[in-house]
Design a protein around this ligand. Structure first.
Ligand SMILES: *Cc1c(COP(=O)(O)O)cnc(C)c1O
Length: 398
């Protein structure tokens, strides 16, 4: 995650903004919810829909077969993976589910996870724990509020079936030490599932350095893709050991009246029917991010967020809530005597977009900290220092 980055010029920033229609309409600090799509993503989706209405939808996807294949290649290149290790799935949750529910859990197996785990993942652990007598074990945080890697190491034994961690949690700027966790998983020979929903598109990820076996992500967040898109990476040598919970005629072949054969590539985790225009839009989003460079994006996002945190901290009654030794583009805060919803709605009337992070999406972390909700202001590379200033003035005036 340490490729060289170069600082953007004013011209770069102006170009990114001129290629993002939404920059004229809103001050958008909701990139962790859904980032503004660049015009090329919109054009790709709408051109494909237009082709569908003109020549027929099956005919349109035949016509775009090579472009569809390129989407896998683009995602693989971004992650330093191979195209046959990528599955396109309708969102990050289902992508994660397809990996998780493919694991053959047995009574007594242990799942190691972390305090900051995302609600949907934890609900799945609880479901499987109840059904199969699996133990869930939450590794404590270290003094920075990230997963304690030494504690994780100490928790390893031969009953550990899975290490599953959220790289960047939904509720703050924390970046969990995913690479060190990968080293522990590799040494122990344990499956490692990484929820990279908030890190893909803002951090420069290399699945080899991360050491993960499976990684899930969504299109609409930091990647700036369309809604209803996501993907799953599964490392080649574990694909065939994972039997998807659902199979259809795309994931498997019906080879005889009494038999079927599951695909050998990651597309065994897909299903046949899908949002083709969205997939092409996702590919356009990845290509756009790659043209800027993920290392450049990472350093710009990280810098802007640090500026925002520092400036917010100077505002009376505002408390910044982010944890972590390394922080990303997500900034969370509260303001005395104002509810998170009130802040969000008052900002919305000024065309300033933020979202609310609530206890229900990360209960272990929020409950332990005695918190119910934060305002989440998440910046992207197309945001500016001037927007940060305007934002902070608006927050101060509330
Ligand atoms: C948003 C989010 C998800 C879910 O992504 P969807 O595309 O909405 O399914 C999963 N994990 C984390 C950490 C998230 O922030």
């Amino acid at each position: 995650m340490t490729a060289k980055s170069t600082a953007p010029s004013i011209q770069d920033i102006d170009r990114w903004r001129s290629q993002t229609k939404g920059c004229n309409e809103v001050l958008h600090f909701n990139n962790a919810g859904a980032a503004l799509m660049p015009d090329t993503v919109y054009d790709t989706v709408s051109q494909h829909l237009d082709l569908e209405r003109r020549i027929g939808a099956y005919e349109a996807s035949d016509n775009q077969a090579q472009s569809l294949q390129n989407v896998y290649t683009s995602i693989a290149n971004m992650l330093r993976a191979q195209p046959d290790e990528i599955a396109l799935i309708e969102n990050a949750t289902r992508a994660w589910d397809m990996a998780f529910y493919s694991i053959n859990f047995k009574p007594g197996d242990r799942i190691l996870t972390a305090k900051s785990e995302y609600a949907s993942n934890y609900i799945a652990y609880l479901q499987i724990a109840g059904k199969h007598g699996v133990q869930i074990e939450v590794i404590p945080d270290d003094e920075h509020g990230q997963v304690d890697v030494q504690a994780l190491k100490n928790a390893i034994d031969d009953r550990v079936k899975l290490i599953a961690i959220t790289h960047v949690p939904t509720q703050g700027g924390l970046i969990n030490p995913a690479e060190q966790i990968g080293k522990v998983a590799r040494e122990a020979g344990v499956l490692y599932l990484l929820d990279a929903c908030q890190s893909v598109g803002q951090l420069d990820l290399d699945v080899n350095a991360l050491g993960c076996d499976m990684l899930s992500a969504t299109g609409r967040k930091y990647l700036r893709g369309p809604r209803g898109t996501g993907f799953l990476y599964v490392k080649k040598d574990v694909i065939e050991s994972l039997e998807p919970p659902f199979l259809d005629l795309h994931a498997a072949d019906w080879t005889g009246p009494q038999e079927f054969a599951i695909r050998k590539d990651a597309r065994r985790f897909e299903n046949w029917e899908s949002y083709v225009a969205g997939k092409l839009g996702l590919g356009a989003a990845v290509d756009y991010a790659m043209s800027i460079g993920l290392a450049n994006i990472q350093s710009r996002v990280t810098d802007l967020a640090a500026t925002l945190r520092a400036r917010l901290s100077t505002i009376p009654h505002v408390t910044v809530k982010d944890k972590g030794a390394n922080k990303c583009g997500i900034v969370t805060f509260v303001k005395d005597n104002l509810s998170v919803d009130a802040i969000k709605m008052q900002l919305r009337t000024q065309k300033i977009n933020v979202s609310a992070s609530r206890m229900e999406s990360a209960r272990l972390d929020m409950q332990e900290r005695n918190e119910t909700a934060f305002v989440r202001a998440s910046v992207h590379y197309y945001n500016t220092e001037a927007e940060i200033e305007r934002f902070c003035e608006a927050v101060a005036a509330l």
